[in-house]
Design a protein around this ligand. Structure first.
Ligand code: XIL
Length: 392
């Protein structure tokens, strides 16, 4: 394992020093603790060139989900994006792309049928622009995180169709020209690779033709944004990714403006690595599509004391490295997004009991082997090895 602990004080800019967490206790916070003596003592102030963003260069956009909403609303900490300044500094410094973890979902944007609340979505857009980052919009049509007034409302199909069309026109239109990619439809297939014709309100009430309409409406509202299908468990070649492959070919043949296919990449070291990831993305690229990895995290089964062993961390790093290398190897895979960067804000512990430690940083902002794995894979592809003071 390589270490970089030779960072000189001179390499630490005033801004970076200001980003240091006020009272960073190693392994503090809610996530698993950092195992003692594992050598991860990177100082909190980081040199500008010692970042994922620098290592990526122009190879691909390296992104992160912006924590807020969703499971965070029940957590005992304040809204991360608007109140955690050191975390904001990390988002600004390490990444070239941002995704709204929850702030652009229906339940967040639509407190009532007649109202929109764009406060936090706008703040993410402004933050990204202030830091020269692109944004991935997430998401316009989904079976989850819809407001109660919608799911339990008494709407006729024609009304639902109008609501969806108006939503897409309004939301996509608001950020037209400023959004790099939109996850237009999210998770429309279930675990048996069948369309979610009961659980997804839009598919249930309006039929599968609504999928093409969503893409058409989004394209009308922002002809510059790249429009994606996004789902989980479609990392490798399997019946679910096969179903997307067929569906997208049909839509392209009909002239529907579909531009991309993305796999979320919620991985667990419990399962084998999807070694055909690159091959899978490549077949979509061969259709002329962009591809992306949009929600990468690699969780693990935590030991009883909650602290991953060095071996577990190395295995996780290997997964992160292989995903990064796969993304870099596919032409037209232009975006790799991590679904969070600190365990204390990750959705994993609440969603997968007993699993955790899924992100690349410890809660005190020091780096796991997984961070270096991503950084090294990016640097290898870009030729940007980093600051001379950090040479190994
Ligand atoms: C998750 C968020 O991370 C949580 O905060 C929220 O409580 C639930 O949703 N697939 C997706 C994401 O497309 O929107 C999900 O995000 C994770 C799975």
């Amino acid at each position: 394992m390589r270490r970089r602990e030779t960072l000189t004080a001179g390499a630490v800019t005033a801004t970076m020093a200001a980003a240091a967490p006020a009272a960073a206790a190693p392994g503090g916070g809610r996530g698993p603790k950092k195992p003692p003596g594992n050598g991860h003592s990177t100082p909190p102030g980081l040199a500008k060139k010692d970042t994922l963003a620098f290592a990526a260069g122009d190879t691909l956009k390296i992104g992160c989900a912006v924590a807020g909403g969703g499971h965070h609303t029940e957590a005992d900490y304040p809204d991360p994006f608007t109140s955690d300044q050191p975390y904001r500094e990390v988002l600004a410094r390490e990444f070239t792309s941002l995704s709204a973890e929850n702030q652009m979902k229906w339940d967040y944007l639509r407190p009532a049928a007649a109202t929109y609340d764009f406060t936090d979505a706008d703040a993410i857009m402004d933050f990204a622009e202030a830091h020269g980052q692109v944004v991935r919009g997430h998401t316009l049509m989904w079976h989850n995180q819809n407001p109660t007034w919608l799911e339990e409302g008494d709407f006729a199909p024609a009304q639902l169709r109008d609501l969806l069309q108006e939503h897409i026109a309004t939301v996509v239109g608001r950020y037209a020209g400023r959004m790099q990619q939109w996850d237009v439809v999210n998770e429309i297939l279930d675990d048996d690779a069948a369309l979610r014709t009961t659980g997804n309100i839009w598919l249930r009430e309006l039929g599968p033709g609504i999928i093409a309409d969503c893409f058409r409406w989004a394209h009308e509202a922002d002809p510059d944004a790249l429009l994606f299908f996004n789902d989980y468990n479609v990392d490798g070649l399997n019946p679910k990714s096969d179903a997307y492959y067929t569906l997208i070919q049909d839509l392209l043949a009909e002239g529907v403006p579909v531009h991309g296919f993305s796999t979320q990449g919620h991985l667990s070291t419990r399962y084998g690595f999807p070694s055909d990831l690159a091959e899978n993305l490549q077949r979509f690229a061969d259709l002329g599509l962009q591809t992306a990895i949009t929600e990468l995290d690699v969780r693990m089964d935590l030991p009883e004391d909650g602290e991953p062993t060095p071996e577990m961390l190395e295995k996780q790093a290997e997964y992160y490295r292989r995903v990064t290398e796969a993304a870099l190897s596919v032409k037209g895979c232009s975006s790799l997004t991590l679904w969070g960067v600190l365990d204390k804000y990750s959705w994993v512990p609440g969603t997968f009991p007993g699993e955790g430690a899924a992100t690349v940083l410890w809660d005190d902002f020091s780096r796991k082997p997984a961070y270096y794995a991503v950084q090294d894979a990016l640097a290898e592809a870009s030729g940007r090895a980093g600051h001379p003071a950090l040479a190994r």
